[in-house]
Design a protein around this ligand. Structure first.
Ligand code: NOJ
Length: 748
């Protein structure tokens, strides 16, 4: 049993007086280098507060229309005057070099700049959105993609990414599900670690490494009703189970930055959540890196009603553990006076400045400030053709085949005509999804282009329609005619990029506009057709799944997405993606995850009264977590424990035998789930604890061996006590969370 020290949570109004004490008295200070300490000694109060100012993109002259950031004389002047510690949303080796030059040659103390950007799923080569990457369940491929993202971004002057997103995604109404790794805390932690290591490399000072920033700490994915920027009421103990583990894993992987969430948990916005920032992050996890606010979060604090004005908000944030102010212009203008008036202890300001300087030092910026501003390197690396190949590979592995009646897919390569219907058949503007960094629309491989590459001789009838709310009878008739006249029919449907992501919560996350009408019209022909869904979340659209003979969840597949989809449709690659979030039947079922807890009145699944569930809806999802079809079929045996009670020092090995029962070679993802039968806190019915892939030829049989780590079986029995597993543990394996077979393990 591990017991962590915990001091009572102080409300914001009490923070100002109390916190310095706790910082000074109980927190061991990391050792800072002589260079960093000497700089601190030379700094005026204004220069100290300036180091904590992360200047926003629009202030540095980001020109959204030209999609080309430019610098502005005002920002250069502010940098010269020591009022800026970092900038965001400026890219390009040349542009960023100019700012770095001003900082390191024209400012009094010559301190280099942090240069940040949201490199969320690629820089110029755009990979599938994170939820799509997560569907690959291929940590190695995800790592390689993030390494490429780091290579490209750092070559273009970026030394800091605001990624990975480690929020739990348990509500498809929340638009930012697209940025996450899905609903499993265990898997999100694993993906997060892979990403952190890939971004930061072996050495942060390497010019191809950049500082990673895990966000949004904490509870952003749990906002009420899936409404963006809204609060939530998670208990601290439940956050120990779900929200906190991915962040703790990122800290263990050496992440250098954490971004608190905009949202409040139990009435406390992320940037003033002293319990999280000081008690958990700093003291318990011993995080020594940088805490940066989200964009404008300090300025928003008065709206929450926990600070009266910008200066009060700035003081509350720094006192709670924030080091850097992104875009509020709160720290720079208000903290020096706060120190002079005695409202803020200068030691707190110093602490934040030291952390900023230490990160700059770890990034190697003092030794070679221009290492990431080399135009030759930029030209050579950004958008390199090898990167496109990797993007295509990851896009292929992200595709999830949800339905495939009568083995409609893969298409026969002898087909001579295909109808490509819907908003996204020829689209190049939305396939990258939100956070496209420096991706270029005209370089995106559309589905139509992808089909042409794969089947050069096929004739394609493209009808682009369906996204508008208003019915378009003529376009609908054209679509039906195209479907009628073609051998193959594909409907490319889904969401536009900006209909998923930040500020894109949807009360009804189904197919927008007339897309369902399109499905219905084509279905009436009685001809088989395939729907490819490009979206940042699964669509809650029962008729889509009921009426379509085949459905592929393609997420936003990135700049090479069209070719990846085409290759899968025509059988040049096989579907290997699996759902990192289950698909609910209706909005009313949300949240419904594979790791829900047992109840006193369990439901058998169908609608029923007097049990835990609904009288008008099933309690099971439409497609469970981990689900995805292959082009072949597999038979799973029950799991066999290779180690019983004792296991070895680290854990237990579980064997599953799988046979390919179909006529094509194929890959299955063997998944392992556990459930502790008896515990102080009712334990989730299933929790993903491991997975491995098996590639099998037709008729071939093989064993998958998955190790269940002993320490991962423990659980939080209270806010501060982590309880080792004890007693009977159900160990379940199968191709998804809805189709498992079980054995039991007794842990002493
Ligand atoms: C707001 C978003 O919440 C955050 O994730 C992002 O890093 C910042 N904007 C900066 O773009």
């Amino acid at each position: 049993m591990t017991q962590f020290p915990l001091s009572p949570f102080l409300p914001v109004c009490a923070l100002l007086a109390g916190l310095m004490l706790s910082l000074n008295s109980t927190q061991a200070q990391p050792a800072y280098s002589g260079r960093v300490m000497s700089l601190l000694r030379q700094m005026s109060l204004e220069e100290k507060a300036g180091q904590l100012n992360l200047q926003a993109g629009h202030d540095v002259g980001f020109d959204p229309l030209a999609r080309a950031p430019i610098t502005s004389p005002q920002v250069e002047q502010a940098i010269r005057e020591g009022k800026v510690g970092g900038v965001l949303n400026i890219t390009g080796a040349q542009n960023t070099r100019q700012l770095q030059l001003v900082a390191t040659t024209q400012s009094r103390l010559k301190i280099p700049l942090l240069i940040g950007l949201d490199v969320v799923h690629g820089f110029r080569t755009i990979f599938p959105v994170p939820i799509g990457q997560a569907a690959s369940f291929n940590l190695d491929l995800i790592s390689r993609a993030e390494r490429v993202a780091a290579l490209e971004a750092t070559a273009a002057g970026i030394n800091w990414t605001f990624a990975p997103v480690l929020d739990m995604a348990r509500d498809p109404r929340w638009g930012r599900m697209v940025e996450t790794a899905g609903e499993s805390p265990w898997y999100t932690a694993a993906v997060g670690q892979a990403r952190v290591r890939a971004f930061q490399g072996d050495q942060l000072s390497d010019p191809s490494s950049m500082l990673a920033c895990a966000k949004h700490f904490i509870g952003n994915g749990a906002t009420e009703g899936g409404r963006e920027y809204t609060g939530t009421n998670l208990s601290f103990r439940s956050m120990r189970d779900n929200e906190l583990p991915p962040f703790e894993a990122a800290v263990k992987a050496g992440i250098g930055c954490i971004m608190p969430a905009f949202n409040a948990v139990d009435g406390v916005p992320g940037i003033v959540n002293q319990r999280m920032l000081s008690e958990v992050l700093r003291k318990e996890w011993r995080f020594e890196g940088l805490v940066v606010t989200d964009h404008g979060a300090i300025a928003e604090l008065p709206n929450h009603g926990v600070a009266a004005n910008l200066s009060g908000a700035s003081r509350a944030a720094i006192v709670s553990g924030v080091d850097m102010d992104m875009a509020s212009m709160g720290f720079g203008p208000t903290l020096p006076d706060a120190v002079r008036s005695g409202a803020l202890d200068e030691a707190l300001l110093d602490q934040a400045v030291l952390r900023v300087l230490a990160i700059k030092e770890r990034l190697g910026l003092f030794d070679d400030p221009f290492a990431r501003h080399d135009t030759a390197r930029e030209k050579q690396l950004v958008g390199h053709p090898d990167h496109a190949l990797l993007a295509r590979q990851l896009a292929e592995e992200s595709l999830v085949l949800l339905k495939n009646d009568k083995a409609l897919l893969p298409f026969k390569r002898s087909a001579r005509s295909i109808a490509l219907i819907g908003p996204f058949g020829a689209d190049q503007d939305h396939l990258m999804g939100p956070w496209e960094a420096s991706g270029i629309h005209r370089e995106v491989v559309s589905l139509r282009e992808g089909i042409t590459r794969v089947q050069p001789r096929i004739s394609i009838r493209t009808v682009t329609t369906g996204y508008d709310d208003k019915p378009d009878a003529k376009a609908l008739a054209q679509a039906v005619a195209a479907a009628q006249a073609s051998e193959l029919v594909v409907l490319a449907l889904g969401e536009k990029a900006m209909d998923s992501g930040e500020a894109s919560s949807r009360a009804n996350p189904g197919l927008p506009g007339q897309q369902l009408a399109l499905i219905k019209a084509v279905a009436r022909l009685g001809k088989p057709f395939v729907v490819v869904v490009m979206a940042g979340r699964p669509m809650i659209e029962p008729a889509l799944y009921a009426l379509s003979p085949a459905v592929v969840q393609a997420w936003f597949p990135g700049s090479q997405g069209g070719e990846a989809i085409a290759r899968m449709l025509f059988g040049l690659s096989e579907p290997v993606g699996r759902l990192p979030v289950g698909i609910v039947r209706s909005v009313g079922q949300i949240p419904l995850t594979h790791d829900k807890r047992p109840t006193g009145r369990p439901s058998a699944g169908p609608p029923e009264a007097w049990v835990s569930g609904y009288i008008d809806e099933a309690t099971t999802p439409l497609y469970p977590f981990g689900f995805g079809l292959s082009y072949t079929t597999f038979a799973y045996s029950a799991p066999v424990l290779l180690d019983h009670d004792d296991g070895d020092a680290t854990g237990y090995r579980i064997k599953v035998t799988v046979k390919n029962t179909g006529s094509r070679a194929g890959t299955t993802l063997v998944q392992l789930y556990t459930h502790q039968r008896l515990a102080a806190i009712s334990q989730p019915e299933k929790q993903l604890r491991g997975f491995t892939r098996l590639y099998l030829n037709p008729g071939e049989q093989a064993d998958a061996i998955i190790t269940l780590k002993r320490d991962e079986l423990s659980y939080w029995s209270s806010e501060t006590i982590r309880q080792p597993a004890q007693g009977w543990i159900d160990v379940m394996t199968g191709p998804n969370a809805g189709e498992t077979m079980a054995t039991a393990l007794f842990v002493q």
